[in-house]
Design a protein around this ligand. Structure first.
Ligand code: SF4
Length: 324
């Protein structure tokens, strides 16, 4: 389902994404890195990852356009195969399309670039607009880029597995960033073996999409074309546990946050708060437990709330009165 369209149809559109300025700056930097048939990009790949190979004096840049993501993924697979079968040359795939099996359904991914080395091995290239200062960049941003690239590595490995002999997909990717505060590209090789292994395990553990669909109420439909009340009822038929972390990860976050607040759910205060409160799932339950009107006194969360309420009442009484 396209969750961004669903969120808009529900009246709570997502506000994801970079600012227009950051987006344009990122695009301009990427265009610079890939200018002249990717000459600078290939020089960086050679310098950081494959110095024993012949320096790239020009590269193949196959056209990858096709209709739809399936067509583009098929075109990319063909280009990878042709490049791998022509050893001794460098090939740059600009915005290839890869399909990765996620819970039994293909997810289409578009890395910034993939380079085929003269020995037939493949490297993922990620181009980011955050700066690399004195050769190192913000570790949190590098970590996010490594996790992203690891997914591309897994998708490339699925393509490689269909070829015979299977080409090697390199587990060191090339991260290209602006150098210091300039617009000049610099790069660093990033080992993504750990991120790749973690993502692989997570993908293997995912519940199959058919099993999720089987658990849905009979006849439920999330088409954004449905009337708003029907669509809202369909979404409400599926339990959701909103937490503030959803805001940076899910297009439905504004919708779920509003519902969660309406219901007084404690998860809207954050997962750590929910964990502390044990079985008390609404703000109303929490206040009733604190007042001594509900809850099992043997429950450590209830006991802690009553103690906190007593301390608060004591403090307010000392300061001149007040009530919970
Ligand atoms: S609960 Fe969070 S992750 Fe689930 S649909 Fe709502 S916003 Fe998305």
């Amino acid at each position: 389902m396209d969750k961004a369209s669903l969120a808009s149809a529900l009246g709570s559109p997502a506000v994801f994404g970079q600012s227009q300025f950051a987006f344009m700056r990122g695009n301009a930097f990427e265009a610079r890195v890939k200018a002249d048939g990717g000459a600078e990009l290939l020089r960086l790949v050679h310098d950081k990852l494959d110095r024993s190979a012949e320096p790239p004096a020009g590269a193949q840049v196959p056209a990858l356009s096709a209709t739809g993501p399936e067509g583009r993924a098929a075109r990319t697979s063909l280009a990878l195969r042709e490049a791998t079968e022509a050893p001794g040359t460098w090939t740059l795939l600009d915005h290839p399309m890869l399909a990765l099996d996620v819970a039994g359904s293909p997810a289409f991914l578009e890395p910034d670039a993939v380079v085929v080395h003269p020995d037939g091995s493949w490297t993922v290239v990620e181009i980011k607009s955050f700066p690399m200062l004195d050769g190192s960049a913000d570790p949190a941003k590098v970590g996010a880029a490594a996790r992203q690239a690891a997914v591309y590595v897994l998708a490339l490995e699925q393509v490689a597995a269909r070829l015979s002999p299977s080409p090697r997909v390199r587990h060191r990717i090339l991260l290209v960033c602006p150098k210091d505060f300039s617009n000049l590209p610099t790069a660093s090789a990033v080992d993504v073996r750990k991120q790749r292994a973690v993502t692989d395990r997570q993908l293997a553990r995912l519940t199959r999409i058919e099993d999720i669909a089987d658990a849905l109420p009979e006849g439920v439909c999330f088409s954004p074309d449905l009337p708003a009340d029907e669509l809202t009822a369909a979404v409400e038929a599926v339990p959701a546990t909103y937490a503030p972390e959803c805001l940076s990860a899910c297009e439905l976050a504004f919708h779920c946050r509003a519902r969660s607040r309406e219901a007084g759910a404690v998860t809207s205060l954050g997962r750590p708060v929910r964990a502390e409160l044990g079985g008390l799932s609404t703000v109303e339950d929490v206040l009733a437990a604190a007042r001594g009107e509900a809850g099992d006194p043997a429950d450590p969360a209830v006991a802690a709330l009553r103690r906190a309420a007593a301390l608060r009442a004591e403090a307010l009484a000392t300061a001149g009165g007040g009530a919970l």
